[in-house]
Write a protein that binds this ligand. Structure first.
Ligand SMILES: NC(=O)c1ccc[n+]([C@@H]2O[C@H](COP(=O)([O-])OP(=O)(O)OC[C@H]3O[C@@H](n4cnc5c(N)ncnc54)[C@H](O)[C@@H]3O)[C@@H](O)[C@H]2O)c1
Length: 285
């Protein structure tokens, strides 16, 4: 199986920085590529901040933090990912930029390297088709925030072969995640189930005229959910949830996937949940 000695992460936003953090903490040499040096530095600062908090909480030695940070190299040049055995892409959620990037990576990294995309809703198979090695392209779908959420879905595209698929699975385990295997279908596993379920919950708000507080209490105390659906959608971001629902609806044409009108209206009004200070609930912090 491909030995993963060095990993490249393309895009160090919310997801990429979290994945880079996991990788350096697991002792892996990691090269992060952003579009500007400033964005790269901001990501490095965020990673350093999270690791320092772990030191303050007593769950990480200061020396281990420093060693982890020393494994992170930043670049704006894609060519510097040439020596990577695995490259994980976490750029904007749009097909054409991802396909352009994969075509470039295909030319830059060795033919044995594995290419992975963290896409939530696009087809891994279509991204893989932009390369001359679709058999070595997989989905590695992490959850936000990647350092805290244990799951990673390892997604087999139409032409993915066993060896790169297993290498991606093993890498997921090596960085401390709980990987699961699935095929390249809309929403993969968790979003395929969770998105229509949350949409049902929001529709029930209007049908049953239950308040968000009571709906959340209902699912927490009646179904054992750790967090109620309204609090969860606020945490995920109402815009993010609406976008994911639209993408799934587009692909499946199943009515339950379509974003409820109430959420679209909230998104349009700028009620985005925690990040905007107001969604179903108000947040003062
Ligand atoms: N945020 C989530 O909850 C979540 C969860 C799972 C998967 N995803 C997926 O992960 C990917 C990234 O999402 P995000 O939330 O981190 O987005 P983000 O906007 O926070 O980060 C994207 C980053 O990529 C950079 N970028 C854009 N083009 C680039 C390029 N060609 N090379 C290098 N860097 C580039 C941007 O400057 C930005 O910093 C998307 O495909 C998204 O669907 C997101």
């Amino acid at each position: 199986m491909t030995e993963i000695g060095k990993v490249g992460i393309v895009g160090l936003g919310a997801m990429g920085a979290g994945i880079a953090q996991l990788s350096v903490e697991a002792g892996v040499e990691t090269v992060g590529r952003e579009v500007t040096a400033e964005l790269g530095e901001q990501a490095r600062d965020r990673i350093g901040h999270f690791l320092t908090r772990k030191v303050e909480k007593g769950v990480l030695e200061a020396a281990a933090r420093d060693a982890a940070m020393s494994r992170l190299t930043l670049t704006t040049e894609l060519e510097e990912l040439g020596g990577c055995d695995l490259v994980i892409e976490a750029i904007v959620e749009e097909l054409e930029p991802k396909r352009d990037l994969f075509a470039e990576l295909d030319r830059i990294v060795s033919p044995e390297a594995v290419l992975a995309t963290n896409t939530s809703a696009l087809s891994v198979t279509e991204i893989a088709a932009a390369t001359s090695r679709p058999e070595r392209v997989v989905g590695m779908h992490f959850f936000n925030p990647a350092p805290l959420m244990p799951l990673v879905e390892i997604v087999r595209a139409e032409l993915t072969e066993d060896e790169p698929f297993d290498a991606a699975f093993a890498f997921g385990e090596r960085i401390g995640k709980t990987p699961i295997r699935c095929f390249d279908t809309p929403g993969f596993v968790v979003n395929r189930v969770l998105i229509p379920l949350l949409n049902d919950c929001i529709r029930v708000l209007d049908e049953s005229r239950v308040s968000p507080e009571d709906l959340d209490k209902g699912l927490k105390h009646g179904a054992g959910w750790p967090m109620g659906p309204c609090a969860l959608v606020d945490l995920v971001g109402i815009d993010v949830h609406v976008h994911a629902s639209e993408a799934l609806y587009e692909k499946t044409r199943e009515q339950r996937m379509a974003p409820p009108a109430r959420l679209v209206a909230m998104r349009n009004a700028g009620l985005l949940g925690r990040k905007s200070g107001r969604g179903f609930y108000r947040y003062d912090d």
